[in-house]
Design a protein around this ligand. Structure first.
Ligand SMILES: C[S@@+](CC[C@H](N)C(=O)[O-])C[C@H]1O[C@@H](n2cnc3c(N)ncnc32)[C@H](O)[C@@H]1O
Length: 247
C-alpha cells in the first residue's frame, strides 16, 4: 500500500516462517520476490482468501470499494442481447451471485461455478441458480457436457494469467450464436502482469489475441471504473466475445 516493497517482502517472509501453510502469503511472495508467475492463482490461495472474505464480500465490494463491475457488464450484455431470453447460461466464478442477478431474468437455466464453498453458500440463498458446482472453472469447462448461450466471467479472470486457459474451453461449449461476457483489470503492459496484490491485470491486445487463438472475436468492449483499491481507481475492460465465424 505504501510502496515499501522490500519491507513487505521481509514481513511476509517472516509470516511464512511462522505459518508455512499460508497459501495467500506464499502466493503474494511470488510477486514480491519477482519469481515466475504461476499460470493462475493457486486453488488453495483462492479458497483460503474467500473462506474469510465470503462473510463481508458484498458489503466490502459494494459499500466500501464502490464495485461497479455488475452494472457495466450488465449494460454491455443488455445492449448486445436486447430482449433475448430463454438462455442456457453459466456464471464462472459466480461468488455471491452479483453477476448472476443481472442475467437471471433472461435465463431458462443458470449454472454457477466457484472454487469457494463459502461463496457458493451465499449464492445458493438467492435461489436464482439452477445448479451450483464447487469446481475450478477451466477444468470444469473442459469436462462439462453442456452447451451454453451465455458464458459470464465477472471479476474472475483476474485470477488467471493467459486468458486462453478459460476462453478455449469456454468457446468449445458455446452455442453457435452464443456470447461470452468477461471483465479483466486493465494493464498498460502487454500481454498481462501479476501485480503485488496477487491478481493479474491484462492488456486489451491480449484479450483480442487470446480470443483469436480460441476461435472467438471481440464484438463489443468498453473500459470503465471497476472499484477503488487503496484509495486509487481501478479500471476494468469489459468485453463481449462471439465465435469468430458468427456474423
Ligand atoms: C472477485 S470474486 C467475483 C465474484 C462475482 N463474479 C462478482 O463479480 O461479484 C472472484 C470469484 O471467483 C472465484 N474463483 C477464482 N478463481 C477461480 C477458479 N479458478 N475457479 C473457480 N472459481 C474461481 C472466487 O472463489 C470468487 O468467488
Amino acid at each position: 500500500m505504501t510502496g515499501r516493497r522490500d519491507g513487505a517482502r521481509e514481513a511476509y517472509e517472516a509470516v511464512l516462517e511462522l505459518n508455512p501453510n499460508d497459501a495467500e502469503v506464499r502466493h503474494l511472495l511470488t510477486s514480491l520476490r519477482d519469481e515466475a508467475a504461476p499460470t493462475r492463482v493457486p486453488t488453495e490461495c483462492i479458497q483460503q482468501l474467500y473462506r474469510r472474505f465470503s462473510n463481508f464480500y458484498e458489503d466490502n465490494m459494494l459499500e466500501q470499494l464502490g464495485y461497479e463491475g455488475p452494472v457495466h457488464l450488465a449494460e454491455l450484455i443488455n445492449s448486445e442481447l436486447q430482449d433475448r431470453g430463454g438462455l442456457r447460461a453459466v456464471d464462472l466464478g459466480c461468488g455471491t451471485g452479483l453477476a448472476g442477478r443481472t442475467i437471471a431474468d433472461r435465463c431458462e437455466e443458470l449454472t454457477g461455478v466457484d472454487l469457494s464453498p463459502e461463496m457458493l453458500t451465499q449464492s445458493e440463498k438467492l435461489q436464482i441458480y439452477t445448479s451450483l458446482h464447487e469446481a475450478e472453472v477451466s477444468g470444469w469447462l473442459e469436462q462439462c457436457g453442456h452447451e451454453f448461450d451465455l458464458i459470464v466471467a465477472l471479476d474472475t479472470l483476474i485470477y488467471f494469467g493467459d486468458l486462453t486457459q478459460v476462453l478455449q474451453p469456454a468457446a468449445s461449449h458455446l452455442a453457435h450464436d452464443g456470447r461470452i461476457a468477461i471483465s479483466v483489470e486493465r494493464s498498460a503492459t502487454p500481454p498481462f502482469v501479476l501485480t503485488d496484490n496477487g491478481r493479474y491485470q491484462h492488456h486489451e491486445d491480449h484479450i483480442a489475441e487470446a480470443a483469436a487463438e480460441s476461435g472467438l472475436r471481440v464484438i463489443a468492449q468498453k473500459q470503465a471504473f471497476l472499484r477503488m483499491e487503496y484509495g486509487e481507481e481501478v479500471t476494468a475492460i469489459f468485453t463481449i466475445l462471439a465465435h469468430a465465424d458468427d456474423s
